[in-house]
Write a protein that binds this ligand. Structure first.
Ligand SMILES: Nc1ncnc2c1ncn2[C@@H]1O[C@H](COP(=O)(O)OP(=O)(O)OP(=O)(O)O)[C@@H](O)[C@H]1O
Length: 863
């Protein structure tokens, strides 16, 4: 994405001046802050900059002969010289000087007149004079409508700016977004397509254009037209208002609205060829032919056969047409290399085709309008416009791919009889174009060959069908209805010329024709015009017998071959992506029934996203598992759903609710209920975890006992009751289990709710054991559980007392208070185990066996 426009020996960011010393530069950036990492600039450069700035106002455009007459930095002059740019063109002289003075410029000049250098040079100079460095971020943003053009401009920056130290980035669609993203913040000059740059502006936090000095829009009229309107508005919103703006195009916009959007400050309109006799290059010879649609492909074939040593571009309306013609002609072999360039191509392929065609000496490139603007393919001999361009501007740009910068070239436009009005529009735009006739003797028909190929190759046949439909659709969608009339086209003849035996069905036309005949839309006069030759028939709503015949013929054509419907509908999708949506479609009045049918058809295409949306809309919960117990009662999973009745009811109410909203009191109550379940769930989890820890500790102890008998005798004085219980071996536990319930002995005024969450341990002793084991957990985790706190100390107190009596060395102060500490049982502990912080401990001074005996004794005596 990114390259550096620097000479091979200037590979570091620090610049050493000619004396070899470094000088710190105290230059402030546009926000008034000096960038801490500013590169040091030599005194010579600073001096040069001062001199240049003085000369900006003094320089006279008329006195400029060579680039060196313009106040330009040495680095730029060297870059120009290295690339053999010596004499500036008119548009360059005018625009560069004005731009150097810091003015907003609207540059208009013929195609191939060097408008690219007219903005590349001022951008380099401006940043140079500001002593811009990589650390200053984005200084200039250049926007162009196509990726290839962006690449071409990038290359010009790279070549002319070779002596500068700026870094330039190419931000275009079809490339790795992440790759671009990471390097964006290092770009000083960014060349981009509108969609991609807005994407970064919206989503990339590294994209910072707050320091931007210059905005350049190449092919400005195209970038600012309705096709890019929203994107461009989005971009402009993100740019700092204080900046210099340069707009360039061969067909420059003068729309006040466009210019207002850009908030230009006193822009200067540079139109060097405004008073020229023609709006196209003098060296361009232009001609047109009027031909019926069925002859177009034959003319193209014959033309290519007779220009095999030339380099040509052939423009067609849609990607699918280009694809079909390219595939068909590749197989038919016209005698020169055949290439294709269109928007739906893979980006890598697009670039390789672009480069390949640049290098070729003879070749034909079939292309859509993505190749119409700005591209500077070298040495193009001929431009063939096989389909009529959208308008005169579009014609100028297409034809302008040849006869560039002092070179000659020729252009041929093919028009259908219904499109002849275009000639008038071209004349109004000062385009000198001559009518020529096709020599029938030299016309060679390839229809049979195409038919044979399509019969053998289903894929090619499908391409032909798609080409047919997209062409019909693009004509139907054209803005200028005075030129483009789909009903005037003989679609059967078109189909045959493509090698198709029968015309594919075009449903939108059927619908349209139905609408124009059933309803009488006031805005659809052109749609009823069947014959361009008969001006009388142009009257609103009047349909002559000839028109009727034409309509019936068309209807018959459209109704053929319902089997092609699927493919057609596919193709129909594509064309909408490509054409500009800058006009309404008159005459299309859809009945309710048709709308319903259309809706139904659309529903057939179900993407994953749509399915998900539907599920959401229906408030269904996808992939939900419902468990039932043996009796068929539903088991609720507290971790995933509402368990309390109140909670569940509330959920059902929300689902049924049409109005939405929430009853806060109800919700609060439900939450409290749910909270109980949550707590219980949490408690159980903690218990399970503790149990697991205990078992683990027990296993470790057993292992330790086996290894070292001596250690077994040592008694740890800090034991936990719960661990104690678990550490008792099976026989002792059994004895304890068999002991009478202390509740019965000491009274049980406490609740026994703590049993709920415990594991089942046998019917007779469960309650007692649960109390022993759970109380500690609850103490640690749920200190609010009063029932356990009250019960345990009685036992504990007794045990502790007896212990202290028997050991006689216990410090009473160390004894846990009855209210705080519960039962404490002695147990063995692995020597290295850490003491839990919160648990109170005491020491009987006895070993485990004796402790057990003591416990049995105490309990037995109580009994
Ligand atoms: N001063 C110059 N000296 C020699 N060649 C030049 C000069 N300026 C431009 N050129 C060459 O002229 C050709 C056309 O230039 P460029 O692409 O900038 O034209 P353009 O006006 O932008 O055309 P379009 O309107 O089609 O975009 C390029 O090959 C370029 O290298």
């Amino acid at each position: 994405m990114e390259t550096e426009m620097k000479s091979p020996n200037s590979s570091t960011e620090k610049k050493i001046n000619s004396q070899g010393s470094e000088k710190t530069k105290k230059k402030k950036n546009s926000k008034g802050k000096m960038h801490p990492g500013r590169v040091k600039t030599s005194a010579i450069e600073q001096h040069e900059i001062k001199n240049l700035e003085i000369r900006y106002t003094a320089v006279e455009t008329s006195a400029i002969q060579k680039f060196r007459d313009i106040p330009l930095s040495k680095k730029t002059l060297q870059g120009l010289k290295q690339n053999e740019y010596v004499t500036p063109t008119d548009v360059q002289k005018e625009s560069i000087v004005l731009a150097l003075r810091g003015m907003d410029v609207l540059g208009a000049a013929k195609t191939g007149s060097g408008k690219t250098l007219a903005f590349v040079i001022p951008v380099l100079e401006r940043l140079y004079c500001l002593q811009w460095t990589r650390l200053d971020g984005l200084g200039a943003l250049i926007i162009t409508p196509t990726r290839e053009l962006a690449y071409q401009i990038f290359e010009t920056f790279r070549k002319v700016g070779i002596q500068h130290d700026f870094s330039a980035g190419l931000i275009i669609g079809g490339k790795d977004l992440n790759f671009e993203r990471k390097r964006l913040d290092q770009c000083n000059i960014m060349i981009c397509t509108p969609g991609r740059v807005l994407h970064h502006m919206d989503e990339n936090p590294l994209f910072d254009c707050s320091n931007l000095q210059m905005l350049v829009i190449d092919e400005a009229d195209r970038c600012l037209d309705l096709g890019f309107q929203q994107t461009m508005n989005g971009i402009i919103e993100n740019l700092p208002p204080k900046r210099q703006t340069l707009l360039f195009s061969a067909t420059q916009t003068k729309s006040v609205k466009d210019l207002a959007r850009l908030s230009l400050k006193d822009p200067v309109y540079v139109s060097v060829h405004e008073h020229a006799q023609y709006s196209t290059p003098e060296s361009l010879r232009q001609s047109y032919i009027i031909t019926p649609i069925q002859n177009k492909i034959d003319i193209l074939w014959s033309f290519l056969r007779s220009h095999r040593k030339k380099k040509l571009i052939v423009f067609l309306t849609s990607c699918k047409q280009v694809r079909f013609i390219h595939q068909a002609f590749t197989r038919l072999r016209p005698g020169l290399p055949v290439l294709a360039l269109y928007g739906t191509m893979h980006q890598m392929k697009r670039m390789s085709v672009y480069e390949e065609f640049c290098e070729k000496e003879t070749a034909v490139l079939f292309a859509t309008d993505i190749a119409a603007r700005g591209l500077d393919f070298p040495n193009i001999d001929w431009v063939l416009q096989m389909d009529c361009p959208d308008d005169a501007s579009s014609y100028i740009h297409r034809a302008g791919r040849t006869a560039r910068y002092q070179k000659g070239g020729e252009s041929l436009l093919m028009l259908l009889p219904s499109e002849e009005a275009m000639v008038e529009q071209l004349a109004q735009k000062k385009i000198p174009i001559q009518k020529i006739e096709v020599n029938p003797a030299k016309l060679f028909s390839i229809q049979r060959k195409l038919e044979a190929m399509l019969a053998r190759d289903v894929e090619l046949k499908q391409m032909a069908q798609r080409a047919f439909v997209t062409y019909a659709k693009s004509i139907f969608l054209m803005k200028d209805k005075s030129i483009f009339d789909v009903t005037a086209i003989d679609l059967n003849a078109l189909a045959r010329s493509l090698g198709l035996a029968l015309a594919p069905r075009v449903r939108f036309l059927q619908k349209h024709l139905k609408a124009t005949t059933t309803a009488e839309p006031p805005q659809a006069p052109r749609m009823l015009k069947p014959n361009y030759d008969s001006p009388d028939n142009k009257e609103v709503g009047v349909e002559s017998s000839e028109q009727k015949w034409r309509r019936n013929d068309l209807e018959a054509a459209y109704n053929f071959h319902a089997e092609n419907e699927e493919q057609d509908s596919d193709s129909d999708e594509g064309i909408f992506k490509l054409k500009r949506k800058d006009h309404a479609l008159p005459g299309v009045v859809e009945s309710e029934e048709e709308v319903a049918v259309e809706k139904k058809k659309k529903e057939k295409i179900l993407t994953k996203e749509k399915v998900a949306k539907r599920i959401l809309a229906k408030k269904l919960k996808a992939n939900k598992i419902v468990n039932f117990d043996d009796d068929g009662n539903r088991i609720y999973d507290a971790s995933r759903e509402k368990v309390s009745e109140l909670g569940r009811n509330l959920e059902i109410e929300a689902l049924m609710s049409v109005t939405g909203g929430i009853n806060l009191d109800e919700a609060k109550r439900a939450m409290e209920e749910e909270d109980k379940y949550d707590k219980e769930l949490f408690r159980q989890r903690i218990k399970a975890k503790h149990r697991e820890d205990r078992l683990k500790a027990k296993a470790e102890r057993r292992l330790a006992n086996r290894v070292d008998k001596e250690d077994e005798k040592s008694v740890d004085d800090e034991e936990e009751d719960e661990e104690d219980e678990e550490s008792l071996d099976g026989s002792v536990a059994d004895i304890i289990d068999a002991l009478p319930d202390p509740d019965r002995i000491y009274g049980s005024n406490q609740g026994g709710s703590d049993e709920d969450g415990d594991v089942y341990r046998g019917p007779a002793v469960a309650k007692k054991r649960t109390r022993l084991s759970e109380s500690e957990d609850d103490d640690e985790e749920y200190s609010d559980d009063e029932s356990e706190e009250e019960e345990v100390p009685i036992k504990q107190k007794t045990i502790s007392k007896k212990r202290s009596q028997s050991s006689g060395d216990d410090d009473n102060q160390d004894q846990p208070s009855p209210t705080k500490t519960k039962k404490k049982w002695v147990k063995k502990k692995p020597p290295k185990k850490q003491k839990p912080a919160k648990i109170n401990k005491f020491d009987t001074g006895l070993d485990l066996a004796m402790d057990e005996e003591l416990a049995l004794h105490i309990l037995g005596s109580k009994n």
